[in-house]
Design a protein around this ligand. Sequence first.
Ligand code: SRM
Ligand code: SF4
Length: 571
Amino acid sequence: MTSSAAFTSEQKKYLASRIREAYPFLGQNRAGQFTNDPEESVYGTPLDDLCKEEVIKYERNGLDVWDVMQKNAANDIFPDPDDMFRYKFYGMFHVKPAQDSFMLRCRIPGGVLTSAQFRGLAEIAEDWGGNYTDITTRGNLQVREIMPKNVINVLQKLGDLGLTSKGAGADNVRNVTATPTSGFDKQELIDVVPLARAMHHCILNNRDLYGMPRKFNISFDSGGAVSTCADTNDIGFYAVEVKESADVEAGVYFRLQLCGITGHRQLASDCGLLLRADECVAVSAAILRVFIEHGDRTNRKRARLKYLVDDWGHEKLLEKVQEKLTFTLRPMPLSDCEPMPIKNRQGHFGIHQQSQEGLNYVGVVTPVGRMLPDQMRQVATLADKYGLSDIRLTAWQNIIIPHVKDEDINSFLIDLRESGFSHTTTNVSGGLVACTGNTGCKFAAANTKGQAKILSEYLDEHVEIDTPLNIHFTGCPNSCAQHYIGDIGLQGVPCKIGDETVEGYNIVLGGGVDDNRAIAQDVFQSIPFTEVPTLIKYMLNAYKECREGGEDFAAFTRKRSSDELRALFTP
Ligand code: SRM
Ligand code: SF4
């Protein structure tokens, strides 16, 4: 703690009363809260009870460090620990000891970029970063190895590109995701990019929507073919069709799902409401404000929406949300809606016809999301030459280039190949997702990105799999790459071989999202990575031998207990 810790509780109360006398109504306090009682509590939590991060936010709002960043940039120094936390309000993470530099996390609502923005991001990585970028599991982009002197250069350029990183880290609503094929997907019910953008701007322009009790995720699913994993989010909107109902006109609406948080082994659940598209942003803002007012500010482990709803239930939460709305929430059982369209698990790569006659989108494989600036420029050129300069990033850490004409497909593919990219991949590599891992993240117990590539190359060479498979590599229990939704999920752990500690994984099996939803079950613990490729090869061969009909790996594993799977899959 910094300055406030220097005062006793009595002194703080005295100072608070003096400030109140001098300023009877302060409006919005430093924590971003609208109040006339600014110095005694943060949304009802007494100052003495606040956890460390809340004290930091209380002492100075994370949005108010621009001058500090400028000064530190001029002197090429890192901030003090409190400002280090506040820098994350600008998407700047000091990732020491993994790397003694900043990582920039952008905000790219719906993962939608123009080719000019893509080129600009490549330049940021080249001029001020480590000369590479990573697509994240929220269809977003990170640039690493930024030195303190370049923080302002990077943020200014991001602004010049029409992008921002505000609220990309710390206790803020993270990048708003949307189905990456929105606007051109043959099976979508509604284009959800406008909703993701509206949500993004609502957050950016309401100061009270920063500095929540903890991070928060919002996602919009269009009913399209490619998953955006909306049910792993705190709020997941799913487009649905209502054909016949006494209560509403036939049409497309949204279901509201709440409290997805897969690191805590929970997918979001439907809360019994039907929303019109134009109601979704207001409902999200109301939920955020209820969470801001009532979320736990004393214990970080219980500060996510899940724990408020665990205490209250959906009903009480929705009552509080209703109080903040100017329209009445509309209950409707999920069973009164048409079944949600099924996802195409390979829809994020390969060539797919669009809803627009004669046009196609092409999913380009970018293994574990890493790209070099030159590769990014090549993608931008392809999007300009064959498409409408539109580039989409997916939660599967790859790229989609839409609007390629039928007659141009062949030359597009030739150019794509010449750029060193491919639109085809195997059932293993196509579903490979990996978090940053120990080359960049201090929490990681393993080199997730590197080992994910080694594993997929090994499996591509040694096993033939005829059904899509998602393999998720997460470096620690935080679950950034969502191992609990993988057909195969690997979570990094240190392992002992004799006296030596080596990188290894716990392995979970049978997870999935959307129409295939399930939290994977724990099957293997502490397997050194050197043994992982052969173990998974054995697993996949055993599955192929024992499966019934064409059942996929997830269906196969879900029919069996953890003990049965361990027995069957142990070589
Ligand atoms: Fe994450 C913390 C990377 C998506 C759950 N996550 C971190 C930090 C910031 C660790 C740190 O404090 O230094 C990682 C930075 C590594 C680095 O330097 O790159 C990090 N998380 C990532 C990314 C980059 C993984 C990736 O390679 O794609 C993802 C960035 C998404 C984005 O663009 O915003 C990322 N993290 C997620 C997800 C998935 C999602 O958001 O859809 C989750 C699980 C969902 C959830 O709601 O929890 C996730 N990250 C966490 C947690 C655990 C939070 C919890 O309450 O359990 C932490 C730890 C924390 O917040 O204290 C964390
Ligand atoms: Fe870091 Fe753990 Fe997230 Fe991987 S899962 S990026 S190791 S915090």
